[in-house]
Ligand binder design. Structure first.
Ligand SMILES: [Zn+2]
Ligand SMILES: [Zn+2]
Length: 181
């Protein structure tokens, strides 16, 4: 098994390899990167955001067509939302092994500060690992430093460490073994 990262053409270039390496190290699973082959659907004119569920539908259809069972993580640059939330950093659909993350609110520029690639790599890796954690069956964690903690703000995302707490790590290893069988 390995993780397929689909990098949308508008997502920041040059971060693919460091993000893949960091994700891979955190999860203990190989990760590969390719250009996004999934059609981008679900743009909401009024909100100027993309419905994350529609993107997951697109990944689901693509995986089905290509008979892919490995987890897929799509990285997009547009701001994404789900119903009932003004925005989300990412969203996962465990039943089909599909996840999406958006860099829209991960850059310092969004908050009026100077962008740094290192910050972006850090945040993308944390959020990506979080969504893939869901794909492996993990729920949310109450430990603020843990990858499976659900961040509502950039500060909370930055407050997480690039690691799973002991309990989540144990669960992750168990679920990874189950998926291998
Ligand atoms: Zn979550
Ligand atoms: Zn945890």
């Amino acid at each position: 098994m390995h993780i397929h990262i689909f990098w949308d053409s508008l997502s920041p270039a040059g971060l693919q390899m460091p993000v893949a390496r960091t994700l891979s190290a955190m999860l203990g699973v190989q990760a590969s990167i390719s250009d996004n082959p999934v059609r981008m659907m679900g743009y909401d004119q009024a909100r100027k955001q993309i419905n994350a569920q529609a993107l997951l539908d697109g990944i689901q259809a693509y995986k089905h067509r290509h008979n892919m069972s490995d987890p897929v993580l799509l990285v997009v640059s547009q701001d994404i939302f789900r119903n009932g939330h003004s925005f989300v950093f990412g969203l996962a659909r465990e039943s089909v092994g599909a996840a999406v993350v958006s860099v829209a609110r991960m850059g310092n520029r969004y908050y009026g500060k100077t962008d740094h690639d290192d910050d972006l790599i850090d945040r993308l890796s944390k959020e990506g690992a979080h969504e893939i954690g869901h794909l492996f069956g993990l729920g949310h964690c109450t430990v603020p430093e843990c990858i499976m903690f659900r961040p509502d703000t950039l500060d909370e995302l930055d407050g997480k460490k690039k690691m799973f707490c002991d309990e989540c790590r144990t669960q992750l290893d168990q679920h990874k073994n189950l998926k291998k069988e």
